[in-house]
Design a protein around this ligand. Sequence first.
Ligand SMILES: [Zn+2]
Length: 319
Amino acid sequence: MNTPLRALAAAACLLLLSACATAPGGQGAQPGGEAVLEVVASTSVYADVARAVGGSDVHVGALVDKTSQDPHSYEATARDKLAVSKADVVIANGGGYDPFMDALAQGLSLPDGAMIHAVDFQAGHGEAAGAAAPTAQDHAGHDHAQGNEHVWFDVHTVGALARGLAAEYSKLLPGKSARFTAAADAFDKRIDALAGRIDTLRATAQGKKFAMTEPLGFYLLTEAGMVDGTPAGVSAAMEAGEDVPPLLLRQLAQGLESHEFAVLALNTQTSGPQTEKVAALATAAGVPVLDLTETLPDGLNYITWMESNVQQLEVALGR
Ligand SMILES: [Zn+2]
């Protein structure tokens, strides 16, 4: 190759390299040529919130998006790794729920604040309560309320997360900031309406005991004023897929038969022979069963899903 040609080739390489290197994160383009943020969430729950806030300015994917999958035991694929490597914003639940997200994001040069954990938006979390911007702290040693990681059943946490997402999107696409903020406001209004409905339930629910096969609906039920009466050790064993000791199972059965428990919250997504047996006991005893899932059921978004969960509770408590 003669010298001028070599120089040309080198220049072309440089151009190509810089074209790749300067594209911020994985930002793609809309048909109109505008930037679109790539967002990857661990589950369909957070993907839906990400979409509600970002609208057509975001392209969102979820690693776990079927209610036939168990997020607790999910193992990431090579495809997931590729998706996360191209993301501008990564959303995980945190709190030990989806450690595969942190593993996938490790070593990536995500901008500051672009790795988002929903648990950081729980009220009273760390120094910064409520909607304050999350910090990328190590989660080891964090002590979350009751150790319950299913924080998306707390509608306030999800409302705060929506605001946090709007702030993060706005940093990356400042020109769209007003749109993101307006979308988060609209989302938060519907969260407020949900919270109002849960508050109304308190009149009937206050002080009543519930039992649960897994600690899934904990935040929703306790916000309605109910008290967790599940014998200690039952939920943890069921969630871990272990056999519940016979003595505990008998206590649970007795609580259902004696109507000590007003409702049984059932995690239908990770059920097994034991949970099915407990559900059958509840039905036989006439104790209402709430069917809950870890991720979004088909055809629902976060808001309509939580509305249907609240409605199940309203029906169970005879409202
Ligand atoms: Zn769970």
